[in-house]
Design a protein around this ligand. Sequence first.
Ligand code: MN
Length: 722
Amino acid sequence: MIRQFELVERVKAYDPNADEVGINGAYVFAMKAHGSQLRASGDPYFSHPIEVAGILTNYRVDSATIETALLHDTIEDTPATLDDIKSHFGNEVAQLVDGVTKLTRIEYQSDREKQAENFRKLVLAMSEDIRVLLVKLADRLHNMRTLHYIKKDEKRRRIAMETMEIYAPLAERIGMQEIKTELEDLAFAEINPEARRAVVKRLETLRDQGGELVPKIIGELSETLKENGIEAEVHGREKTPYSIWRKMQKHDVGFEQLSDIMAFRIIVNSIEDCYKALGVAHNAYRVVPGRFKDYISMPKPNGYQSLHTGVFGPHQQRIELQIRTRKMHEVGEFGVAAHWNYKQGIPNQDGVTQYRWLRELLDILEHAADPEEVLEHSKMEMFQDQVFCFTPRGDLINLPRGATTVDFAYAVHSEVGDHCVGAKINGKMMPLRTELRNGDQVEIVTSKAQTPNPTWERFVVTGKARARIRRFVRLQEREEYEKLGRSILLRTFKEADFDLTDKGISGVLKKLGQSTEEDLYVAVGLGHLPGRDVLEAVYPRAKKQTKKGQDDERVVPLAEARNRKRSREKGEGGVPIQGLIPGMAMHFAGCCHPLPGDRIVGIVTTGRGVTVHTIDCDTLEGYGDEPERWLDLAWDRDEAQHELHVGRVHVTVANAPGSLGDLSTMIAKNDGNISNLKIINRSTDFFDMLIDVEVRDVKHLTDIIAALRASPAVNSVERSRG
Ligand code: MN
């Protein structure tokens, strides 16, 4: 434990004008307030605020910040009040302590909405005074260093997760690289101890093999730079297990391939020397391609400046070099604390750029309606967007946040994804849609019989999973259309008294522009190729039978054409409609598809004759002002019963295997014939389509609709009315 005079000495070493009385007062006040309280480690509680203050002296913070560090837990954990602190230490310190206290309270909320609200407080507090955040980060750092003393697993894990997700990114955002790195590694040790142990063990092995490489390389680098007339200070370190781990995931490499586990910093006197040192390094060692980054001319958003490069070092291992000036080094390590003007009201030039993200976040907060939204935004801003999970063998699977077990399955292997039926997360059976969390161990249960389910698309987030599911669904759809096309053709051929044979079909593929028989059936099923065309291609005789009126069939919708054709064939006497003006052409409206039994009305259009609509067709509204064009019509029952009419239904059907097949079977069973089919909307779970069915009359169509409604695959069926 740092003693009172030591702490004052440390502060005075960098700030001769430090408020000695204030710091001494805070030390004593806190010691008295915490009294005999103990930490989980068994140490007196008071050791904690002193350590926090000690950490902050490394960042050369001002006296008010040191006092705040000493007092930071007194309001939350002791009988002391904010007023007590205000009267002893003044407004500035009281406000800072209040800010830290608010941040501390965040830990006691787990409910998401409350977190967002507190998060808002956190951000507001930070923006009021960045020193609050400095104290909070130092507080969290000390708590993480002593995390292992906490007995409850769940509590340790929660604190570690919070550190990883909130505090480490915050430290990074304000440029406090050193704190960020340590926080992450400490959290990693709690969240994924096995992985960390594996990395540490591997590091030890490498060290045993290569001896103490870091000091050797420092010596060689220093020598080389000196020979070239550059005055430099060289520091070297192994990267932390967590940063090595991250790199393994990011570049998807195993430990064997990952050799740049050492990083060296070359600190020089001027920007010019930075580039000179870079030249020396690139001359002396082989360069690792693609690793050079110039953050001096293009600083990072948090103000970080440095030259980065990768070389094969003196012993042929890949090493990372960071070259920078002393000033840049301080900014890089201490972040915002390196600038002394961080108090509110005196923003310096750097301060402005550094806190722009904070201002942006505040903007979002001001304009966001609900806390959930705030949380979403803030996540985007500062939370890591990845989750790291493991296979039972311990292989790491790296997924975007929000990924589910199905994403995991596809990430392991496409086959595993295609056949997955369930998942065990940390040994417990969970639904496939379960979102994965950092560190989850996931075991996928597969079955040969399983195939990708279109509904999975609703909850997968990775491109790979989505692409595989879609591909499968497309293939399956093709099969459905193929079946449908085959049944349409069977019917068309049968009606015309011809046989549908494989030989017949394969003989006309070229003529109809199809590569395979399957393609032909699919084209018919999709409605791209009329069944009649296939019939006539196979049996040219069939064409002669119906030659009359065939000429314009291609340019008008199939359904309408059939009716027109039939009307003409029969001549005026055979028209199934009463009330027409003799000599005037008649056709059925494509919007409402009138059927015998419907109440109907005709609309006269000069040059085009009479269009027959059902009385409730929406299109009629457009003619409301022109009563002279309306014609009262009625069906001629005797004539109408001799022919088939096309009715159109709007069907919503589940996007599931077999549902299209069910649909066509159901219509055929009820003596209907699909003459055209058009998909108007396709989502992951449902199809919306228009189906033209040849029927005798409205009752026949109603029977078919009733039958379709009874089918489990069908969500809804309505007669289409324009
Ligand atoms: Mn604390």
